[in-house]
Write a protein that binds this ligand. Sequence first.
Ligand code: NAP
Ligand code: MG
Length: 401
Amino acid sequence: MAKIQMTTPIVEMDGDEMTRILWKKIKEILILPYVDLKTEYYDLGLVHRDETADTVTVESALATKKYGVAVKCATITPNVQRMSEYNLHEMWKSPNGTIRRILDGTVFRAPIVCKGIRSYVPTWTKPIVLARHAYGDVYAAVDHAAGEGEKVFLVTEDKEGREISRQLVHDFNGTSGVVQGMHNCDGSVRSFAHSCFRYALEQGLPVMFATKDTISKVYDGRFKAIFNEVYEEYRARFEEKGLWYLYTLIDDAVARIVRSEGGILWACKNYDGDVMSDMVATAYGSLGMMTSVLVSPDGKYEYEAAHGTVTRHYYKYLKGEETSTNSVATIFAWTGALRKRGELDGNEALAAFAGKLEAATVATIEEGEMTGDLIPLFCREGIVPKKLNSEEFLYAIAKRL
Ligand code: NAP
Ligand code: MG
């Protein structure tokens, strides 16, 4: 076949360890034979981030603003141990954090669902897409350890420093304790709401959003009011597509999610999203089956796998041992980016290729060929699952593709 042509490049962000190994193989085996791939390549591997004093990360995020679509490999977020392992000049910040700050986006996480891979919640047969509001609340809070006898107030001032309000938070009479001051901004909540409704419309999903506004009347009440207000801009398009939006209390939302069959976008406040995304990811089986996309309010997309660089497998690989690392989420990061590029450029062949690669990947697993992490989860009558190594799995997909 003639290779599928591309007009606009995708921003390609390479990464670290086992996922860097898979990255190269995925391109070689599953993409380059079929697509005349155009990318603007940025090496976010830790060695190159250190060489460039991390400017490469900023440049890759700016390129994403320019081109609109990026695909990212998992990267190491350095800690003390990585400092000596890589002989780093500095403990560079998390690349994902840097990219998110520049794009000001919302992260949507979705599991890849295959027949035979049971969810721990048997009713969840469709994906639950989880959106986390990644700004403010306890993540940007001010803490104070109050001594016995201290009185703590919440005080506000106007621009000239004149006191506007003063509320007693607590009088620590007879006991010491802790206090916390947290905030959020209307603009941030509003752009989160827009990202959620826009993404749900694109994906054809209903939306649920929840807070605890019965207890937190002003704080959570504001989140509720903004979401309800923003939804009115989308209501007609939702109803036209037979979709809906439900606001409810967070405890009711949790109960509804457990009873649901999935197929819903669950918009979460920052802390709820932190906790619930790990719950949802675990319930669907392996981390290797969870994708993630960062969507900016002005419609820029960065696709990646939700998991890290799979360090333990990489050390085995370096010793020459066989690995069976799941590449599905990384493949779906590529297909997400290729499809979006295709849609934006009116390149139907490219978008269709993404669909075919996804179908071939899912079919490989459904027909019983998979990596080791999925073997204990697989259950399909008449099929004994076969464990493939990292590379064999990619060739098994290529055969079907
Ligand atoms: P991890 O790379 O996600 O791996 C944790 C464990 O989960 C693995 O050891 C493996 O379990 C299992 N696993 C994850 N992905 C898998 C896959 N594709 N196939 C098979 N098994 C998989 O998390 P980590 O070990 O905590 O972090 C490693 C590095 O990744 C760190 O340097 C961290 O900074 C970075 N990280 C990056 C990102 C990102 O770039 N978005 C996200 C998270 C972490 P078994 O060992 O039991 O097989
Ligand atoms: Mg978490």
